[in-house]
Design a protein. Sequence first.
Length: 454
Amino acid sequence: MSIQLVTVVALALVFLIATLLPVHMGALAFVAAFVIGTVFAGESTDDIVSGFPGDLFVILVGVTLLFAIAKGNGTVDRLVQLVVRAVGGRIALIPWVMFVVTATLTAVGAVVPAAVAIIAPIGMGFARRYKINPMLMGLLIINGASAGGFSPISIFGSIVNGVVARDNLPSNPGLLFASSFVFNLVLSAVVFFLFGGRELIRRSSTMVTVTAQPALALTGSGTPPTTGTGTGGVPGPDDIEPVPSGGETEEDERLPLTRDHVFTLIGLAALAVGALVFGLDVGFTALTVATVLSLVSPRSAKAAIGEVAWPTVLLICGIVTFVALMERVGTIEWLGNAVTGIGSPLLAAILICAIGAIVSAFASTTGILGALIPLAVPFLLAGEVGAVSMIIALAISSSVVDSSPFSTSGALVVANSPAGQNDKVFRGLMIWGFSMCAIAPLTTWLLFILPGWS
């Protein structure tokens, strides 16, 4: 067996083992890089470590540290309160508020599962109280997280743009963000009308405000009800608790913005302006803002370091380190030639997008983005398919399947579903998520790749 085939099998085993067993994918990737590098490639430890993505490490730590501070000092909760209150009593707008808030959180640096973990308990609490289909609420939260996930200062966006820059491919971070946002916005509009949006528009509502809902354990052991109008495993309106009678409102404590809130908002704005207008490094700028906030308010930032998304840092750094090994031993070029050898660049492009979608439905989207883009580099350098359009199609295809209940985001929605609806929501998300594995690659191929954009 050639060294190139050994690395491909090892990468597949990393994803398979991490999916089936409670072993961290990033740790497995580091171990695979060490074992294959020393045993099969004859590399030293320094050679293996040379593939460690220091730039991505700084970005991941800096951005997630800043978001942890914003969450810890209450800025995130305050923003949610302000935005939800702005809709007044219009129930039909509540799912869209959840979409916008979640998109905003991921756009400014929250890891997608972290943003969903914050908003899902609130959104699903509204779904239970105001008789909103939990599929509608859950999918808009997940789609919102994906919509904001590819901003130039977000985790997904930083990973994709960093990998693209490292491989000297053409890039357009703004177009990537805009394309992902619009795609998820349109997809959410379909979801809205497919899962009861017309009923919400017709229904009169009561004033709603934010009430914190406790996050539930990821066990989701509810027993599905025996009645209801849902089809295909999807909950129907009759399966949800009745809406409170008109005039019944919840207590709203109108807390003013504190000094910490104001400084944090200024810091987030400074990060966006510095990165987007002045071209400052996202990671070091985020670390600078986080450090300044820690000096201004040490008590509120004290626990933030423990809230950094260390599992995500380990994951992406491990995957990229292993992919760097694959590049050194010639696997990337070997695979690229194999894809190019299919004979039809357009067919090869849709196959790559389909692989990304299917694997991401079960494994980590972050890991997929770090692995598949480098694998497609030789294919993209051939110039027969536009690099920017291919990367956009691959990024969208790999992220919209986060609605699968086997992904972290989908599991969080299932866990926070109204009592007795967990199994129905699980089945509904499974149907929807797997349908996206087919629909997203084909749609993005038609929209971005087939027209022949550069």
